[in-house]
Design a protein around this ligand. Sequence first.
Ligand SMILES: Nc1ncnc2c1ncn2[C@@H]1O[C@H](COP(=O)(O)OP(=O)(O)OP(=O)(O)O)[C@@H](O)[C@H]1O
Length: 626
Amino acid sequence: MKFLTLLARNRLALGGGVVMALVVLLALVTPILPLADPDVTDTARRFLPPFSEGALLGTDHLGRDLLSRLLWGTRLSLAVGFAAAISAATIGAAIGIVAGYFGGWLDNVVMRGVDMLMAFPYILLALAIVAALGPGLMNALIAVAAVNVPFFARNIRGITVGLAHREFVDAARLSGLSDTRIILSEVLPNVVPVIVIAMSTTVGWMILETAGLSFLGLGSQPPQADLGSMLGEARAALISHPHTSIVPGAMILIVVMSINLLGDGVRDALDPRLKSGALSRPRAATLVERKGPVPASEGRGLLEVQDLRTEFHVGPRTYRAVGGVSLHVEQGECLGIIGESGSGKSVTALSVMGLVASPPGVITGGAVRVEGEDMIGTPYRRLRDLRGRKVAYIFQDPLATLHPLYRVGDQLVEAIRAHRPIGRAEGRAKAIELLEAVRIPNAAKRISDYPHELSGGMRQRIGIAMALANDPDVIIADEPTTALDVTVQAQILSLLDDLRRSRGLAIVFITHDFGVVAQLCDRVAVMYAGRIVEEGPTASILETPCHPYTARLMACVPELGEGRRRLEAIPGLPPAVDKLPPGCAFADRCAKARAECRQGEIALSRAGPRAVRCLYPETPVMEAAQ
Ligand SMILES: Nc1ncnc2c1ncn2[C@@H]1O[C@H](COP(=O)(O)OP(=O)(O)OP(=O)(O)O)[C@@H](O)[C@H]1O
């Protein structure tokens, strides 16, 4: 169903599909239509023009009815084209899967054979096959299918090689499945979409090839008509009676065009990335559709986020990932954002510089001010200028953000040169300086390493160096130590701490670990279901958490030397952000929740530096603020 909706959204594909459906329908009902016999000649009625009596599209050089020949010919051409495509796809895919799955000598022998077939110009090969088998439509079908087998075999072999060593295939092997079962249950379902896509884009081509062979007199034999042979027979009268060529020519054009348009649509609709709209029209910056007025600046901090709202619009659903977040961070300060997975921490951070993918992401409200300037809706050129120079990011997985084919030094120089017109030598010197700043030993040598030659901790240091490349004022670090072991994590945290002190950086540190918050952050904001539920100085919150969620989150953290303490997991799951309940989103998991908690908007109550969004807090916020 989703496939059809996506397909229908592509207007050209829809048009192609409708035309193709009409042509196929016509071809199917041809035997029951009141048409003249397509093969009966009547030389007295030769070359009648279109719209003549009894011959809507006219007649050919033997006086045969062109409309009747066209419909019967289309029927035959479609049947042969589809049969050739299905045969080529089946045989080619089988060869590709076997070669790709088993590898080794079998792969070598089979694929070299396929390469040999591909080395011949396709039309010569088809001609040679028809010459060997003799002319006839069946032999033309075999020739066209054979010529296209290598295309499918190579494509599918490539995909299968990638799949054969994936973990889920290894897991199937470990569970004792036979090779045939693995191919059928693990590999085949993953290559079927590729086969369908390849077929949908080549059927038109195969119809053309069959028509080509018939045009040369090697396919359908007289008096039988297919589109190619009709065109071949009309060749002699091309100038004197052009309608005899135009009729089959136009049909070939219509059939091939509509199949190709439909095929492109099928390919796009089957691409899983397109289902969430990821590739449909990627934008350079997140789409902004503010529904309310822009909040006035309160002049707080280097980075000030006010009532930020970011949603994902996926089909009829709206995911409110960020539902009105306000926070700020001062120069030299570290603000922690903590919350369970899916609470909206990353989307908040990415919204700051318009990095949330659109579609499906849309910023629907609020303001993000960097030194007072609102970033939301700012022209893209300005945003690009500020990205990396004013606000930089450190991501969770440095291996995913570093380009695997370039040396780390070159990537650093590129980051610097994106904002400053400096020479390569100067860039290199600056890159070495940056590597030294993030305490990479032997920086001058390490600069020539590729990302895969570095350990996880080293790579994260490169990620930090990259963020520092243009001396930003604010660094947003999105769980930068999650993938690292505790000793390396401690080193990276102390490095970030030193950098913010020595460079006066403002850091927004996203994490789900209260231990990390305690070590690094001056203040902390606790997020739940896209909103901030508690905020305040780290020490104060650790001492007296007000929101029951904060208290439960802290109770989940094991501590060394604490003796025997029960670790309390929070029961239940956070609500889905497309179905947020009214009132407090945590109410269903909270032991203190009462009826009022499930109604209306629950405001953030502030007292001094502390704030909490709860009607029945663990400790009243006024008390906690003292
Ligand atoms: N492309 C998307 N389409 C629909 N929903 C999305 C998309 N990206 C994120 N979301 C939703 O937005 C919400 C917030 O996600 P986000 O990545 O910000 O969470 P997070 O707190 O950073 O989690 P984590 O700690 O796992 O990174 C989640 O509920 C997620 O399902």
